[in-house]
Structure formats: C-alpha cells, structure tokens
Ligand binder design. Sequence first.
Ligand SMILES: *[C@@H]1O[C@H](CO)[C@@H](O)[C@H](O)[C@H]1NC(C)=O
Ligand SMILES: *[C@@H]1O[C@H](CO)[C@@H](O)[C@H](O)[C@H]1NC(C)=O
Length: 366
Amino acid sequence: MGRATMLFLVLLSFGFFLATYNVMMTIIHYKIYGYGEWIISGLGSQSRGDPVLQMPEKTRGPGMGKPRFHIAVTAESSLYSKWQSRIMYYWYKKQKDLPGSEMGKFTRILHTGAPDNLMDEIPTVVVDPLPNGLDMNYVVLNRPWAFVQWLEIATIEEEYILMAEPDHIFVRPLPNLVFGDYPVGFSFFYIEPSKHERIIRKFFPEENGPITKIDPIGNSPVIIKKDLLEEIAPTWLNLSVRIKYDPEADETFGWVQEMYAYAVASALHGVQHLLREDFMIQPPWDLETRKKYILHFTYDLDYNAKGEMMPYGVTGDWEFKKRSYFFAPPPRNFSLPPPGAPESVVTLIEMINEATANLPDWDSLR
Ligand SMILES: *[C@@H]1O[C@H](CO)[C@@H](O)[C@H](O)[C@H]1NC(C)=O
Ligand SMILES: *[C@@H]1O[C@H](CO)[C@@H](O)[C@H](O)[C@H]1NC(C)=O
C-alpha cells in the first residue's frame, strides 16, 4: 500500500469515526433531553431558503438543565420608560424562581448617561447615549450602542442573554429556549426583508447569500449566546447608523429600522434564529396567554361594551393604550375590559394591576 493510499484510508476511517460519533452524540442528546421528535423543515409560510429546526413542545419545561440566561432591558429615564420597567421587573422577580424558569439575573441598561431614582429598585447599569447629533433624535438608535457598551463593561455570569423591552411582561417562568448554537427569536409580521430586497442589498450584498438568510425579527425578544451577541452587537450598531443616514432606508424602515439592523447584522455573521411563536404574544392580535411566555403590550387596546374589538385605532367603551401614559403612570386598579374581551387582554390588565398594587409609591412617580 502506498503512503497516499494509507493516508486516504486513515482519513476515511477518521471521517467515519467522526460521523459515527456525531450520530451517537445526537442519539445520546436525544435520549437525555427526551426529544420526542426533531423536525427539520422549512418555514413554509415564510418561504425561507434555509432549514430551521423546529422543536416540539416536549423540549422545554422544568428540569431540562439548560443554562440560565441573563435578562437585559434597555431603558430610558422618562416616566414612560420607568413605569413599564417597574412592572416588568416585578413580574421577572415573581417568575424567576418558579419551576420551569431558567431566568438568571436582570439588568436594566439605562442609556441616558446618568443614574435615576430606580437604581435601588432595579439592578441597573448606566451607559452613555449616542454622542449628540449622531442619534438624529432617534432614541432607538441608542439600543445597539447600549448593548455594545454593556457587553464591554459588565461582568455577566450567564452564558446566554435575553434582550427584552420594558413593555414585556413574563406571563410564566421562561426557560432557555435556545437550541444548541441557534438563538431564538420572534417573527414579526412587519419585518419583511424580501419585500425590500433592493434596499437591503445596500447593507447585505449578494456575496452574503440570499435575502432569506435574514430572519424576520428584531433584537428583542431574542435569547442568544453571549459570545455571539458580542460579535453581532458592533455590526448591529454600525448598520443602525448607516440605515439612519441612508434617506431611502430611513424612510422605508422608519420606526423599526433598528430591528432591521439587528436582523441584517446577525445574518451578516451567519447567525440564524429559531422562530418560536410561543415566545411572545401581542394583544389585541393574540387572544390567549396559554403556553406563551412574554406578553408585549405595545398595541392600542379598544373594546366596546360587548367586549368586541374596535377596528384598530377606533376608540371603544374601554381602552388601554400605553402611549396614553407618557406623563403619568396608568392608575392603580385599572378597570378590567368588558366581559367578552379576550383572555390575553384581561390577563394583561390583571397583571398590571397586581404589580401596581404592590409597587410602593406608584402614584408618586407622577
Ligand atoms: C461601518 O463599518 C464600515 C466598515 O468597517 C466602516 O467603513 C464605516 O465607517 C462604519 N460606519 C459606522 C457608522 O460606524
Ligand atoms: C378596584 O376597582 C373596582 C371597581 O372597578 C372596585 O370594586 C374595587 O373595590 C377596587 N379595588 C381596590 C383594591 O381598590
């Protein structure tokens, strides 16, 4: 046998060993974690090019032994941001140690450059806002910059990070939903990279692959490995600024441009997210909190006396709109929606009421 043939055979058997090892490990993994099934499929309705791992229900739940994740919430010192952060942190504390939770520590990343009066109530790290002018009065541009700074200065025990927002309420204990190296995100119907291919190509040139590599997500909610986020965050910041300074992209992406920037930045790093519908619900569009984790209360809620939803933007007999509370927090004991309104809306108000009843000096925030 010649040396080349020998080498070839050695490599071949090593390759075979590796393949066998991988299969074995997969099976072991499968057994240990009790995955009932492991489906690899395209996300039909979104006609994505790449396969996405979709996991069955059984893969989560208590005792899975996945590492805890750190919860990071970017916030400002406006009263509007404060009352939401207080409610969010209240529910974090209640869910954190319940069975099924893999929630770790919590940080409010305050991107105003100065401490505020919630420093003692909520663990907070103060970072700088963007230099004057660079933010072009567009406050969400501060989000990527906040993450870049925080990742640099903070000592984060956890290996994973959940990026969250003050208007998120944990409706139940949140497990670490990642799957191996795949971060997990939430698909937003209004993030449509393929629809804006021409503009997106300015930031995601052809050589990076098809537009379908860009997930229809924002940076939040996302649970991701810390080292991956450390790679993505500077690119996310860079893209946010470039999109803002590109008049066409700025106009097209408007208020969701930093979401697009995160989606494109992660794709530029070859990072793809699992999309989980149970990660978050958004009333009034989603009616039930059952088996869902985060309740996002960003949309206006308007119902008539029969508990029927009004056409979006039309005021009903009962309403809850977070944007009505820029200058004063919502009152304690907010009235429940009329009977017939969806469970998700009732639960939201009940959860807000529980938090505001228990948070000290609620009204003096005014
Ligand atoms: C973004 O990155 C590119 C390439 O590294 C660089 O030329 C550009 O100046 C950066 N832009 C911003 C706004 O940081
Ligand atoms: C909350 O408001 C309801 C009426 O909407 C009232 O019946 C109830 O007593 C109030 N509860 C508290 C604790 O103030």
